[in-house]
Design a protein around this ligand. Structure first.
Ligand code: ZN
Length: 139
């Protein structure tokens, strides 16, 4: 295995070690769409730090994750779940919900309305800006 692949696997192992605590926090429901009884995945909210951080991770279902990983596949009919997750008390969940809402706001009126209603405190606003800058780099 190459060094890069080793490093990648190390990160995945570390992320998976958060699984138990994330399952407790989420009560085993997808933290974005509240789906349960399905396999949940640890997802890191950008920007990624050198070492995985629990506070930057959310626990989400495969459908949510695959759409987030491929923004072109975001289905506006699917994301009505943002109505509740955007108000999450978990900062990482709220940031991810805002990022998704922003990606679909042009096409989805409800997402634009949510963005009008949401108030982010200074720390959250800063995180959002860093996340957007990070995502823009990858485009
Ligand atoms: Zn989900």
């Amino acid at each position: 295995m190459s060094k890069g692949a080793d490093k990648h696997q190390g990160r995945i192992n570390e992320l998976n070690s958060f699984g138990k605590d994330l399952a407790r926090r989420s009560k085993s429901h997808c933290e974005l769409c509240a789906n349960h009884g399905v396999k949940l995945f640890v997802h890191e909210v950008p920007p990624l730090s050198k070492q995985p951080e629990f506070e930057h991770c959310i626990f989400i279902c495969e459908t949510c994750q695959s759409q987030i990983n491929k923004p072109k596949t975001l289905d506006i009919n699917y994301w009505h779940c943002l109505h509740s997750s955007i108000w999450s008390e978990v900062p990482a969940v709220q940031i991810m919900a805002v990022l998704v809402a922003k990606s679909i706001a042009e096409k989805a009126d409800y997402a634009a309305e949510l963005l009008d209603q949401i108030y982010l405190d200074e720390d959250q606003q800063l995180w959002l800006e860093e996340a957007e800058a990070d995502l823009a780099k990858k485009k």
